[in-house]
Design a protein around this ligand. Structure first.
Ligand code: DMJ
Length: 618
């Protein structure tokens, strides 16, 4: 198919989830139709371009901002397909292409040696390792083959305290300039009304930060936030459309973590209150929820751009941990039933090449466009299959089976190796591989490594190797920039590797996925390189993102003096700083045999292994 044909829509509309071809018309009608299409395409492109204007986010709120976020997540290909075969055309030249091949080869060689030295699996049942009571201090089993840390206590403490000071700097400024609002604009020092939750004053930063404050021992700050939640947090009289997914991972997840860690029932009740507000979204023939629910009316809908009214895989697939746990602590099974129905429905569907497309119509139950990705729109669906198995203490074997099957297809189709040997995760669009990896996909290094440690199948060793390889690649993408912070997406051809080539992919918005994988790999291997890389990230955030009013994203990681985006993301506190802090802490702080992190890094207790699970008792 040529590029120009790809640019023109092939179908009038979608019916029952399937594209409906043009009907035969008169010649005049066809011409009119073509002129109309060109006009509509131009309008859509101009409208789409608006989303990339820096101030657009700040000007509009609510649904527009959700749309903005999802379009950013999905990448510009949503509007314009990629040209040619990006891997072989060699056309997409960029000044940053001039990477040092020799240095990279040396690195890969070092990695290969390291891999043998560090990731060699002992001949024991790895399934037991993660669940071993002695996991965190055990030198007999899982970590006996691992190097011991060279970091002295003082050095570790210094690094931990640096991260804690970052938390305090960001938090204090949020308290000063945007208290109770969702996020802060750290350069302008005022409320950021363009957050995923719009301009409603529902304290997204507070809720996302609480468990991190607890873990870091910032007790006064925690108490301040806790009291705000108890006295001020409400979703009443809000006419906004809320994202079911974002509300779940940030609010329900945040409250559940705090409940587990403290036993404060206020948090359990708030989690239940929020979940009840989301329930109308699940009223569909398939049980697959809509993306958005209006808090006042309960009316639910999907994003207009999502493949003919589809729900999104990473959204409806990222509810299981929170909803299941909520049922277990409240004794109300309704939440559990909702996610089990989703699971059952999705499991019963036919999957092209064993892969899950990103879009599913909640009314017809049919897959939408054949876009497949472990980045934006797909990512945490896979993460939650593995983690549901872990959370259930190995009982949820359906999740395990779905994960193993999905990963077999992912390894066959999406895991790629670059010319110089870097492992990366490509996307698939209409059966065509796109050699681009999102920053969002960088979580998969940790996911594969965790799977290698917890699931004992023939592919376990491969999971571990891929996990280490993907994490290495994300670090390479960071290392190739002037700021040492990774871009939003990076591409691979015969001429360049792990580099963002489009202006719209060069930004860094304080995302956590790469340091998340460093954290998991550190815990599983105790290889110091993950701590070293984490420290590089800390220094880069300090140098390029810190401003007097907090921490801001930057627009171009390849420029030392890049413009700032003026947004202090709430997930910077929930995830990025939490993972960085934990990397420089002992394994006994949130040990992986007792806790599993939700997609927003809110730790949830593992059933029957963690006394903080606090199941409901009559
Ligand atoms: C977070 O809100 C969550 O991790 C989500 O699952 C996807 N990524 C963002 C941060 O990048």
């Amino acid at each position: 198919m040529t590029n120009s044909t790809l640019l023109l829509p092939q179908y009038h509309k979608y019916l029952n989830g399937a594209p409906v071809p043009f009907s035969r018309r008169t010649r005049r009608n066809s011409e009119l139709c073509l002129v109309g299409l060109v006009f509509i395409s131009l309008t859509v492109i101009c409208f789409g371009a608006l989303f990339y204007l820096p101030e657009f986010k700040a000007t509009y709120s609510g649904t527009f901002n959700n749309v903005y976020k999802h379009i950013k997540k999905a990448g510009p290909e949503l509007l314009l397909p990629v040209r040619g075969n990006a891997r072989h055309d060699g056309v997409l030249e960029d000044p940053h292409v001039a990477w040092d091949k020799e240095a990279l080869s040396a690195k890969i060689e070092e990695y290969e040696t390291d891999k043998k030295k560090v990731l060699e699996r002992p001949d024991i049942d790895m399934t037991l390792n993660l669940y071993s009571d002695n996991y965190t201090t055990n030198s007999e089993t899982s970590i006996k083959h691992i190097e011991t840390s060279d970091y002295g206590d003082e050095d570790l403490k210094k690094k931990r305290n640096t991260v804690k000071a970052m938390m305090k700097h960001g938090w204090d400024n949020y308290v000063k300039y945007a208290w109770g609002k969702n996020e802060l604009k750290p350069v302008s020092k005022r409320e950021h009304s363009g957050s995923v939750f719009g301009s409603a004053s529902i304290g997204a930063t507070i809720v996302d930060s609480l468990d991190t404050l607890l873990i870091m021992g910032l007790n006064d700050e925690y108490q301040h936030g806790r009291d705000w939640v108890a006295n001020n947090f409400t979703l009443e009289n809000l006419k906004v459309d809320m994202s079911v997914f974002e509300t779940n991972i940030r609010y329900i997840g945040g409250f559940l973590s705090c409940y587990a860690m403290t036993g404060d029932t206020m948090f359990r009740d708030k989690a239940e209150y929020v979940a009840n507000k989301l329930l109308p979204a699940f009223q569909t023939p398939t049980g697959i929820p809509y993306s958005l629910v209006n808090l006042k009316t309960g009316n639910s809908k999907n994003y207009f751009w999502a493949s003919g009214g589809s729900s999104i895989l990473s959204e409806f697939g990222t509810l299981h941990l929170e909803f299941l746990y909520l049922s277990d602590i409240t004794g109300n099974n309704i939440y559990k039933e909702k996610v089990e129905r989703i699971r059952q429905f999705v499991k019963g569907l036919e999957k092209p090449n064993g892969l899950y497309p990103n879009f599913l119509n909640p009314v017809t139950g049919k897959w939408g466009q054949r876009h497949i990705s472990l980045g934006g729109l797909g990512d945490s669906f896979y993460e939650y299959l593995l983690k549901a198995y872990i959370q259930s203490n190995g009982e949820d074997i359906i999740a395990r089976e779905m994960f193993v099957d999905a990963m077999a297809s992912v390894m066959d189709n999406l895991v790629q190796t670059s010319v110089s040997g870097l492992k990366y995760l490509a996307d698939m669009r209409f059966e065509r591989i796109e050699h681009k990896m999102d920053h969002l996909s960088c979580f998969a290094g940790g996911m594969f490594a965790l799977a290698g440690e917890t699931i004992n199948v023939d592919s376990s060793r491969r999971y571990t190797e891929i996990g280490a390889g993907l994490t290495e690649t994300c670090h390479v993408a960071y290392d190739k920039t002037a700021t040492k912070l990774g871009p939003e997406a990076f591409r691979f051809t015969e001429n360049y590797e792990a580099i963002a080539v489009r202006g719209t992919e060069k930004y860094n918005i304080l995302r956590p996925e790469t340091v998340e994988s460093y954290f998991v790999l550190w815990r599983l291997t105790h290889n110091n390189k993950y701590r070293d890389w984490a420290w590089e990230a800390v220094q880069a955030f300090e140098k390029h993102c810190k401003v007097s009013g907090g921490y801001s994203g930057i627009k171009d990681v390849y420029q030392i003096d890049s413009l700032k985006d003026d947004v202090q993301q709430s997930y910077f506190f929930a995830e990025t700083l939490k993972y960085l802090y934990l990397i420089f802490s002992e394994d006994t702080v949130i040990p992986l045999d007792k806790w599993v992190f939700n997609s927003e890094a809110h730790p949830l207790p593992i059933k029957d292994r963690n006394t903080m699970y606090r199941p409901f008792k009559n």
